[in-house]
Design a protein around this ligand. Sequence first.
Ligand SMILES: *Cc1c(COP(=O)(O)O)cnc(C)c1O
Length: 356
Amino acid sequence: MKKHNFNAGPSILPREVIEKTAQAVLDFNGSGLSIMEISHRAKDFQPVVDEAVALFKELLNIPEGYSVLFLGGGASLEFCMIPYNFLEKKAAYLNTGVWAKKAMKEAKAFGEVVEVASSAEATYTYIPKDYTVPADADYFHVTTNNTIYGTELHEDLDSPVPMIADMSSDIFSRPIDVSKYICIYGGAQKNLAPAGVTFVIVKNDALGKVSRYIPTMLNYQTHVDGGSMFNTPPVLPIYAALQTLRWIKANGGVAEMQRRAKEKADMLYAEIDRNKMFRGTVTDKADRSYMNICFVMNDEYKELEADFMKFATERGMVGIKGHRSVGGFRASCYNAMPKESVQALIDCMQEFEKLH
Ligand SMILES: *Cc1c(COP(=O)(O)O)cnc(C)c1O
């Protein structure tokens, strides 16, 4: 049976990326060696990093003066590296979910943290709009897509101070104005690569401004200077990321990824709104994520939730269970998700409705 992979992360990758990576695991560049058994300093591997960096810059239209890094540690380590490297006195955070809250928690160890707004009281079902970012903050941190709650900032915000963004789950799903940010980071395992590599886009001249000592490995400057090769980087995930970047380019770039994402999301939200058994959980429709589509069963059908899960699973749907903190369902529709899989989920919802 065909599987439709709606996993939230690690998640679906283009088939071609998986095949090319599998090929390199068997024989990298005709070398007779696996990509898993060569040095990261091998002359064949440097071009992999160089091309991945170049494609990041090209696809996201990154201006001069920024570096692209591939690190370990996940987005969660960045929650600590961000304030280590950028927080001198005060930082502003928008609290839009568990990830934002975790980022804020780390920052509090380094200086004053201003929570400009929070939707915690409403289980993060919307993104706050009315707030003021203090003009004397070192940076304003946002989570552009809230993977667990299914809310998303579809455009870059305006801010009186430089922004920093966790884009773990929506990177390469829309064009971004990188010049508004001094740092953009994320775990690659949602929309780019298998788990194990973290991407960081950092503005070079924003570094070196804090007065504290920064441990070598946590200092972005180390990795800028070392070209992500200060120590051994995650070689295999970087190789896979390169294949995804090539795939995005060949498929029309981030503007086309955005068009496809909106098309898929519109289809599924239309069904959620139409179907009498379901409702979306995000209260402000403008905040609905294109990447993680969250919905629950309407109150009168609540007891059928497990039945629908079983029904959908029997028809090949994978990973549609909502995060444990939200419940219900979450269909993650990252770049690699084909429209046909979204249609298959919609068909399930319609068939299930007919049965009841
Ligand atoms: C998954 C996720 C994280 C955590 O990423 P790790 O790489 O597991 O640390 C952080 N932020 C967002 C928005 C995420 O979706």
